[in-house]
Write a protein that binds this ligand. Structure first.
Ligand SMILES: [Zn+2]
Ligand SMILES: [Zn+2]
Length: 196
């Protein structure tokens, strides 16, 4: 039997002459230590694997949860992100209908309602900062909204907004994408203004 070449102990890094091909330690003590080290490594690996599996399981669970949600859930998420953007975009503007700069609450008021014109519910020309009294108590205060809207977006954009529009069928993916896009636009707008 040929003598194995010298190797370094895995624990103390000293050179030694192994007696067996699988001996990687210079002494029984370092042999024990090395075995413990390997075991700890193995346990750590298993722990990481368990964590990864648990994370994947949670992700699949979330996807399943979204799969059973109705389309209206995705619309409300998208509309919230879109409306938030409109309020931030128009932060310096008065109410589109009554022209007041008042201290009260503001909505994102649609000119063409979501019910009557679903195709324009995420159209930026169709939605502007509006005070709560005009939006909620005067049904949008449309007679004043109309001239102010034309002044703000121009006659041409107004005519485009008035349509006709092809029927739009939204998918969950489109709505999720739209919500993410508007959250990003809002963040970018806030950041841009902070830098001014
Ligand atoms: Zn050693
Ligand atoms: Zn108003």
């Amino acid at each position: 039997m040929t003598k194995s070449p010298r190797r370094r102990c895995k624990i103390c890094r000293e050179w030694f002459n192994p007696r067996f091909p699988n001996e990687w330690w210079c002494s029984p003590e370092h042999g024990t230590e090395y075995a413990l080290m390997l075991r700890q490594k193995e346990m750590l690996k298993q722990e990481q694997q368990r964590k990864k599996e648990a994370q994947q399981e949670r992700r699949h669970h979330q996807i399943r949860k979204l799969e059973v949600k109705p389309l209206s859930y995705f619309h409300s998420k998208a509309q919230a992100a879109f409306n938030q953007f409109i309020r931030i975009r128009d932060a310096e503007q008065p109410c589109i209908s009554c022209g007041r700069h008042h201290e009260g609450k503001y909505d994102a008021g649609h000119y063409r309602t979501r019910g009557a014109s679903p195709a324009t519910r995420y159209d930026e020309t169709n939605c502007h900062k509006q005070c709560v009294p005009c939006n909620q108590h005067l049904s949008g205060n449309i007679e004043n909204y109309t001239p102010n809207l034309i002044e703000r977006i121009g006659q041409e954009a107004f005519d485009v907004l008035m349509g006709p529009h092809p029927v739009k069928k939204w998918t969950r993916e489109e709505l999720e994408e739209l919500a993410a896009r508007y959250r990003k636009k809002t963040r970018e707008l806030i950041k841009q203004r902070e830098q001014q």
